[in-house]
Design a protein around this ligand. Sequence first.
Ligand SMILES: [Zn+2]
Ligand SMILES: [Zn+2]
Length: 393
Amino acid sequence: MSQREWIEKDFYKELGVSSKASADEIKKAYRKLARDLHPDANPGDVKTEERFKSVSEAYAVLSDSTKRKEYDEARRLFASGGFGRGGGFNPGSGGFSQGGFDVGDLFGGGGAAAGDGGLGDLFGGLFNRGAGGGGATRTASRPRRGSDVETETTLEFREATLGVTVPLRLTSPSACTTCHGSGAEPGTSPRVCPRCNGTGIVSRNQGAFGFSEPCDDCRGTGSIIDSPCKVCHGNGITNRTRTITVRVPAGVSDGQKIRLAGQGEAGLRGAPSGDLFVTVRVRPDDVFGRTGDDLTVVAPVSYGELVLGTTVSVPTLEGRVGLKIPAGTADGRILRVRGRGVPKRGGGAGDLLVTVKVAVPQKLDDPATEALKAYLDAEKASGFDPRAGWAGA
Ligand SMILES: [Zn+2]
Ligand SMILES: [Zn+2]
């Protein structure tokens, strides 16, 4: 359970007793609730089960005199703002929600680990919020991974399909080149903070309650910079425009995101960089379309070519390929050329799907017109009726 949960939950209310209730009263209240809410008595009732869990949780704390004392104390401190240092822990500012730091951190064990976010994260989060404007306050940040950066690039259809290497211009905070991100003037280096021994955290006692809090001397960073780098004013970061070369793999599609590990914003004072995410936009092509890994293309043909069959030279992404159109192929039919589509990630490629489409001439010269008329007569004489299917309609 996180500290925040622990403090926000009203265990007394859960058990329906007053905060002055005796151990006996608490036990009685719990027994009654446990009987009524027990999952065996309410099979399949999720709400009751949740309630049962809350009640058990409340009882686990309130039935243990040591835990109950800590709980009462924590709530009292919390209510009076005793957690705060300059309002940093004020729950209204979201201070607590950031790190989800665990009871164990405060009480030296006991609480189950909350997973992500120990004290370091929490304090890092607090300082970052205060550091919004940059400048000197940024030096207060604890070393932390740089932020991820997002950008976009537009590719031609063929580039995206075949893969391409593109330069990307990025302006983002990067490790200061003068101090290499250390924040200390070249020739000097940060020294370990003697007060916190480089941990950035000091312990403080208030009543029975032990606190860990960011070290004042080093402002939670664990190190002290005696002569800050003049270029970055000690925060190890400068705004830099850089051009990086990105190899876009073959087969990316419009809207796809590419992740470039470590190419994002630099971490403060040498912490790892964030990642760069490039969203790829793909311009449509005049000739080709795409369906998944298959490339699509329309092959204009004449009526006669479909009737008699022919071989047409079809463009592909790389050169042309001869496609045999069998005699009697219907208009609109899709013919497949295996392996001439979009390269696949794991090797190989999709297919090229060729749709045959009759191109109707808008104008014919006299000999062609005469020949076509003669053809239609001969076609009729041969018994072909394109609308034979309507005969009974
Ligand atoms: Zn610097
Ligand atoms: Zn310190």
